[in-house]
Ligand binder design. Sequence first.
Ligand code: ADE
Length: 418
Amino acid sequence: MDYDIKDRNLKSLGKKRIEWADQHMKVLADIRKRFEKEKPLKGKRIGACLHVTVETANLMRTLVAGGGEVRLCASNPLSTQDDVSASLVEDYNIPVFAIKGEDNETYYKHINSVLDMEPHITMDDGADLISTLHSKRESLVKNILAGTEETTTGVVRLRAMAQKGVLKYPVIAVNDSETKYLFDNRYGTGQSTLDGILRATNTLLAGKTFVVCGYGWCGRGIAIRARGMGANLIITEVNPVKAIEAVMDGFRVMKGVDAAKIADIMVTATGDINVIDTPHFEVMKDGALIANSGHFDVEINKKALKSLAIKIKELRPFVEMYQLKNGKKVYLLAEGRLVNLSAAEGHPPEVMDMSFANQSLAAEYITNNFKKLERKVYKLPEDLDYEIARMKLASIKTEIDTLTEEQEKYLSSWEIGT
Ligand code: ADE
């Protein structure tokens, strides 16, 4: 079997951790059981470019249980859990091409190793697989039924491709399922971002001024959790509606440069470039921590930060001190890459359970419906999204009411008024 991982000897730790996560991914486990019987993915080659974590390992197991042949590479050079790669290769016979800390060249070599399998379905987190396929391996398009995309940043890229007419096959935006973004983006990013910052620095949050750039679902999640730990929150936004929402949620809202002057901790979650840049670095307090929780390492302008620095030194794993010409020190976490997946373990299994249930059902949906799909970005049908919600509720033994016939009728009528 072809693969490229750090160290096969890490497999036993990886297996234990994969099994621990599996205990907390009941929806995915139920789907796996059904897949084992029905084999809906039989004969399908699935190329996956996802964060190589314990949760992803359980998704790969599910796709294989469904009869799929899979290959996995990393969707970020710093997020790979090397013990998980070892276990996937050694215990589950799944080819993985990923090494934590790999350089850019190796990262793309690994993406190409996945593409070498000539996939029928591409599974992306950030759209690097699909964009490499479109730009460098176009001949593979003929085999593809459709793809899936896990994250907001990837969906934005794919919608841009569809709009320009360059998207060559249909894609299911898993991110846009309610059982994905409302939980993974909000509670997953909220908790794991703080986890990454705390593991990297062991800093106290209580009483600190904590700035969150971006008030999308991820930014909201980070803000509510940081507030819960006693920090004083400031939100920066460009969208006026989201800014009002942040105000009415009880947060202070101000311009990024003004927030930078008073931030103890400043975190980006916007999906855009150079959100923290020279004007921000120049006014930052001595000792400020800066981190990114967005998909790509573009939100903090590292080049500008370097050019302002007279000394750069790693003080702890994932903490780099930049001593600036103005005498102040700022600390960059995880090289400006996803702090939650670089310095911590990413989102907990309970939320990835729903995200990866969406991925599994999306792969099945593609297999059954690819002939009907056009070269567009689709949501997973609502009935599947709601089925995942029902399965999740059942797994946490929570019952809800159903509408009576009378109530159903009332909701679909317009004649009854005051
Ligand atoms: N994205 C965020 N957290 C993740 C995790 N734990 N596994 C895979 N992808 C993720």
